[in-house]
Design a protein around this ligand. Structure first.
Ligand SMILES: [Fe+2]
Length: 231
């Protein structure tokens, strides 16, 4: 399977503060049958502003460590970019990393403060990128019917695997299930941090049971393969 959303790269955001932790996260992915991982460190103005050249350098060094530890997984680089006013300046100055150097840009918004996601998605598309919206279940103010409009505009939608584990948040779970039923979800991914696990095996099992193997394979593997040039 392919995990398109992860905070595994050490010491670049709130994902992992040591190489040891990062390698443990990779092992958790492998145990969950993930064989390709896109590393998506945060880019958030004023908080996570590491230049992309430095991220690429650290990504290559980390790839070397993963190989040295004989961990059989392919790694790719992207960024999870927080959309705010400064974001557009960064986008215009080509300061941001897209997913595996494609036209797909992985984005997130403020979770609580109502944000005009449709307007931002339109602005990003106008600039020649395809927005991939991270963990869409997190935006408390979002009317889930808007997902259909976002999809029609050309955006792609990701949901976290943790939504399908346990019974803690029934509203999130039901929203996620409804969105998949309406064909409004493209990817399920882990958003793994030191404090959050992969959950791919359990989530895959649940989705295949509800929607069948074909839908599960598309959400966990085939769509990522189709869009992100993961050779
Ligand atoms: Fe994330």
């Amino acid at each position: 399977m392919i995990d398109i959303h992860s905070h595994i790269l050490p010491n670049v955001d709130d994902g992992s503060d040591s190489l040891k932790t990062s390698l443990a996260l990779v092992i958790d992915e492998i145990k969950n049958d993930v064989d390709k991982i896109i590393l998506t460190p945060h880019n958030k103005s004023g908080r996570y502003d590491m230049p992309k050249e430095e991220l690429i350098k650290r990504f290559n060094a980390f790839k070397g460590e993963v190989e040295n530890n004989n961990l059989n997984v392919k790694l790719y680089l992207g960024q999870e970019v927080y959309v705010c006013d400064e974001f557009y300046k960064k986008l215009e100055n080509s300061e941001l990393l897209t997913i595996n150097d494609t036209k797909y840009l992985f984005i997130e918004f403020n979770y609580y403060m109502e944000t005009d996601i449709v307007k931002h998605v339109a602005s990003i598309i106008k600039r020649g990128y395809v927005p991939v919206i991270a963990h869409v279940e997190r935006y408390e103010y979002l009317d889930w019917h808007i997902l259909y409009d976002l999809k029609m505009m050309g955006a792609l939608i990701q949901i976290n695997s943790s939504c399908f584990i346990g019974n803690k948040n029934k509203r999130l779970y039901q929203n996620a299930i409804n969105a998949i039923s309406e064909n409004c979800v493209d990817f399920i991914a882990s958003d793994i941090h030191a404090k959050r696990k992969t959950y791919f095996k359990k989530a895959y099992k649940k989705i295949s049971k509800i929607f069948g193997k074909e839908v599960a394979d598309n959400l966990f593997t085939n769509n990522a393969e189709k869009y992100f040039n993961l050779i």
